[in-house]
Ligand binder design. Structure first.
Ligand code: ADP
Ligand code: MG
Length: 475
């Protein structure tokens, strides 16, 4: 009978199984799939780069012996790293990694730039392209420490970020949790840490991801039966930055998988950076064991910037854009927009745009008009009445219908969405939201929020509702 990839590999497995610990066999050999046999080269598929490196480091000898027994002295082993479904990026992550088991290819040997000696390498098994095995960091280089201005409001978080960047995984700030209200610079700071690490340690694998995207990837992975690949993918990362972890609330499956990834990274001295809009004590519907992990490291708050810091943020922005503006106007804006750096920047950008498009001079009056718009907009956003109006308009019903006692599905959904957005966009308590939206109790509101969370991760149409209404509420 002629040899097939399967038959060759099965014989190798029999041999390997006899020679290593059962647990190791289960962990490192059972997940491998034999894919192809051409001439004397057996291609095996492994779940991740980490997996491949581990095999090369610990099992290359036994692999060599086993494969030589089957295919003779010229036997070759080719790894195929399979992880294309684990990552929501357009670039494929599948890479063929050939390796001779005569000369173990360590990942360090692999990173040789293509334009120099790699073409002349004697070893025919290292093919160009191998160095493409890398993970895009998803970092935004514009968010640096340099342009993250320091003030009393952010000194602790910023310094902790710098310390982590200098020694990722090597400080007691692991995880580093940055928390604070919207628009205060959490995302900026999280990127800055990653950017700085990439700068100092180019060989480290850094990944920035929002908790929302992480959740979507996980749901996809489960759907496609790739849960293990998903976990392996995240376990090879040196610095994992997850933005807006409050998004995980109520999502127990994602929390569970994150718990395992977190433990693995932490045990291996890898750095985890998290951001959240709340302090750990105030996070709702996050499992206790995860919350307790969050508290292992340092939780640093970003507070509202004080007046001086607001002025320097504005001046820095103007300086970078090459715009000159009278101090009087800068002061006016800084005095009137206090609790959100994004709005502060937004106001100055509108002011610049207004004056340059309309060829108007930047005057205090113009600044007043613009600031008023910003302040008004924020006020409108936070009213529960406004949310009910937007939601009922969207579904073309009137507010009385939305608030009514009916159990008709589409009306119930509209009501639940209104409650969800009221929770999301206002500071009102569950009880107060309930009493304003059809005189319901707090448990009903809580249930509504959970239902919306669940539906928007499982139901495409419903997710669209959430996105559409979010947009309407944010203009
Ligand atoms: P969050 O993630 O907390 O909602 P972001 O990180 O998105 O906030 O910050 C909002 C905007 O404010 C960004 O454009 C960011 O660059 C800017 N910003 C926040 N804090 C600072 C700061 N200390 N210095 C300079 N820019 C800042
Ligand atoms: Mg953010």
């Amino acid at each position: 009978m002629s040899k097939t990839a399967k038959s060759v590999w099965n014989n190798c497995l029999l041999f390997i199984k006899d020679n290593i610990q059962p647990q190791a066999y289960k962990t490192w050999f059972e997940p491998i799939v034999a894919v192809k046999l051409t001439d004397n080269a057996l291609s095996i598929q492994v779940p991740s780069k980490f997996f491949y490196e581990w095999l090369e480091e610990h099992y290359v000898k036994i692999l060599k012996v086993a494969l030589t027994k089957e295919l003779g002295e010229t036997a070759k082993l080719v790894y195929i790293i399979k992880m294309e479904n684990t990552y929501g990026n357009k670039q494929p992550f599948t890479e063929k990694i050939p390796s001779s088991h005569r000369t173990a290819v360590k990942s360090q040997d692999v990173d040789i730039p293509l334009n120099n000696k790699s073409r002349e390498l004697k070893n025919p098994f290292i093919i160009p392209g191998i160095r493409n095995v890398k993970i895009e960091s998803q970092l935004n280089p514009n968010y640096s420490f340099e342009n993250f201005l320091e003030g009393d409001s952010n000194r602790l978080a910023r310094s902790a970020g710098l310390a982590v960047a200098a020694k990722p995984g090597g400080t007691s700030f692991n995880p580093l949790l940055i928390f604070g209200n919207v628009g205060l610079g959490k995302t900026h700071l999280a990127h800055a840490i990653g950017v700085d690490i990439k700068d100092k340690y180019p060989e480290k694998t850094v990944l920035y991801i929002s908790a929302e995207k992480f959740t979507q990837q996980y749901i996809e992975a489960v759907k496609k039966n790739n849960r293990n690949d998903f976990i392996h993918f995240y376990q090879i990362i040196d610095v994992l930055i997850i933005d807006d972890v409050q998004f995980l609330s109520g999502k127990s499956g994602t929390q569970d998988v994150f718990f395992h990834i977190f433990n693995h990274l932490h045990q291996n001295g890898k750095q985890v950076v998290l951001t959240s809009d709340k302090a750990p004590v105030d996070m709702q519907d996050i499992e206790q064991r995860l919350l307790s992990r969050f508290k292992w490291g340092l939780s640093a708050e970003l507070q509202n910037p004080d007046f001086e810091t607001r002025v320097s943020i504005l001046k820095n922005k103007l300086y970078r854009d090459g715009v000159i503006m009278p101090d009087e106007i800068i002061d006016y804006i800084a005095k009137n927009i206090k609790s959100n750096v994004r709005e502060l920047e937004g106001a100055i950008i509108s002011l610049i745009a207004q004056s340059s498009f309309n060829k108007k001079e930047v005057t205090l009056d113009l600044a007043r008009v613009i600031v008023e718009k910003f302040v008004k907009n924020t006020k409108r956003e936070v009213s529960i009445d406004y949310i009910q109006k937007v939601v009922s308009d969207y579904f073309q019903m009137d507010i009385e219908t939305l608030q009514s006692k009916t159990r008709k599905r589409h009306i119930v959904q509209a009501r639940q969405l209104a409650m969800f957005f009221a929770k999301k966009f206002t500071k009102a308590s569950l009880a107060s939201i309930g009493s304003q939206i059809g005189k319901r109790d707090h448990a009903t509101v809580l249930h509504a929020c959970k239902t919306v969370d669940n539906l928007s991760s499982t139901d495409k149409q419903f997710r669209k509702y959430v996105e559409d209404i979010t947009k309407k509420l944010s203009v």
